[in-house]
Design a protein around this ligand. Structure first.
Ligand code: PLP
Length: 470
């Protein structure tokens, strides 16, 4: 509707301008897979279609896939499927492979560790890798205070443990979360997650003592309201409906992930952190999607100099191996007695080795800085597209965590169908993008931070074009 080819061209020009003279390429290692977009069959191709047939007969249908293209190899900024199609990756397996798939320092460390030993269970006999990861987390997370960490397998498991720790440390029960939040799929984290279908529908009853407060959602606020005012609105609700003295912890994503990359107005997070401090509640930052350089800082809370009591990490921590962590103030973390935290696989030695490789690469390649460059280029391209296409209601996010919220022209009514159509168009043309949002109307972009400029530029041009055609 109403797209003109010349507008798409101008979006391309903007992208090129944002990259002028940058010419990013990895210093530490070259990805072992050609960094090119290549479409040689329909998407999905015949081999993927055949695998999908087997999958339907063997894999539970509750486990979905964004795009039923089966992957054979992946590195840098591309995923290559079993039919030989090479797709530009704007998803990083949901913000996991920020250092690129099969990044060289990750592969090197994993190979070495697998050859030495694969598991002892840290609770039976410990090993250095676990300790080294906790030392790194203490150094990298915000705040100069003494810290401790505990390692887990998944983000949801880490969130659950953050709640356990906060309850043990405060002797209180209530957990405060926010509208549009996503914290996982286990019983407690389902209760903490906002969106019903598909995450909660049919899975209740849910864990108790979880209370939902209103978020700061600048695009959808009914009236002009500052971050601080939005925080006071949440605080008023917590104080009247929960009681400050009952709150063990306030858990919040600094920029919401599955909720649609909602970035609260400035002042919202600092005021909530301050309120927690005043009331003796634990302020927990769920940095599972935002952490590890994604937003242009090591952690998203740094943007407003917020120092959380506990930081929960997972996703980008280990270059694709399953690892998660809770890191925080020593006196809070150590409130749990020996044996109270743990799990058979938590802090698996191979995953720890991978994490140390990923962190080395993030530092060596200065990926936080790179994320800012990616963000600037993405914003420029999307804002240019937005000027001539009113379905792009809001372009938002920070660093290499950018989203666009799609609406019906002339208002703010969510338009999930158009989001779906744009995503499908991108997929057909070899650009992997993800959707998100409570209303399913957000397209989100999470490219690997090592993505070379030419692929980013090409991906953004495809995206601009798909938006114009939608
Ligand atoms: C993905 C995610 C989780 C859950 O992590 P899993 O590893 O999938 O259990 C929790 N919180 C946020 C913000 C996430 O993005």
């Amino acid at each position: 509707m109403g797209w003109k080819p010349c507008r798409a061209r101008s979006a391309r020009t903007v992208v090129s301008a944002a990259f002028a003279g940058s010419g990013y390429s990895l210093r530490m290692s070259q990805p072992p897979v050609a960094q090119e977009r290549r479409i040689v069959t329909s998407v999905p191709g015949p081999k993927s279609v055949e695998l999908e047939r087997r999958r339907r007969a063997a894999v539970a249908s509750g486990v979905g896939s964004v795009l039923p293209v089966f992957i054979a190899r992946a590195a840098g900024g591309v995923v290559v499927d079993v039919d030989g199609n090479s797709l530009i990756d704007f998803g990083s397996g949901i913000a996991v492979t920020s250092v690129g798939n099969s990044a060289q320092p990750v592969v090197r460390n994993v190979r070495e560790q697998v050859g030495a030993f694969t598991h002892t269970c840290f609770m039976v006999t410990p090993y250095e890798g676990y300790v080294a990861v906790c030392e790194e987390l203490a150094a990298l997370t915000p705040g100069e205070h003494e810290k401790r960490s505990a390692l887990f397998n998944s983000g949801a498991e880490a969130v659950e443990n953050a709640v356990k720790i906060a309850r043990a440390a405060t002797g209180r029960g209530a957990v405060v979360v926010f509208d549009h939040a996503y914290h996982g799929r286990t019983n407690l984290t389902m209760a903490m997650t906002a969106k019903n279908a598909p995450y909660k529908q049919g899975f209740g009853p849910f864990a108790g003592e979880v209370y939902r407060a209103p978020l700061s959602y600048p695009y959808r606020e009914p009236a002009e309201i500052s971050g601080k005012e939005a925080a006071e609105r949440a605080v008023a609700l917590i104080e009247s409906q929960v009681g400050a003295e009952n709150v063990a912890c306030v858990v919040i994503e600094p920029i919401q992930g599955e909720g649609g990359f909602i970035e609260p107005a400035p002042g919202f997070l600092p005021r909530l952190a301050e309120w927690c401090r005043e009331q003796g509640a634990v302020f927990v930052a769920d940095e599972i999607q935002t952490g590890f350089c994604r937003t242009g800082d090591w952690f998203a809370v740094e943007h407003e100099a917020v120092v959380p009591d506990l930081v929960v990490t997972a996703k980008g921590i280990a270059g694709g191996l399953p690892l998660a962590a809770v890191t925080g103030r020593a006196e809070i973390m150590d409130a749990v007695g020996a044996g109270g935290l743990g799990g058979t696989y938590g802090g698996n030695p191979v995953a720890c080795a991978a994490a140390l490789g990923a962190m080395e690469l993030m530092r060596g390649e200065r990926l936080a800085e790179r994320a800012r460059g990616i963000g600037a280029a993405m914003r420029a391209a999307l804002e240019e597209t937005q000027r001539s296409n009113p379905v792009l209601g809001d372009v938002r996010g920070r660093g290499a965590m950018i989203a666009v919220e799609l609406v019906k022209p002339g208002g703010k009514e969510p338009d999930a169908a158009t989001a779906k159509r744009i995503a499908a168009d991108c997929h057909q043309r070899g650009l992997l993008v993800l959707t998100a949002g409570t209303y399913g109307n957000v397209l989100r972009f999470l490219p690997p931070l090592v993505m070379p400029d030419h692929l980013l530029r090409e991906g953004l041009a495809i995206l601009a074009d798909a938006c114009m055609r939608a």
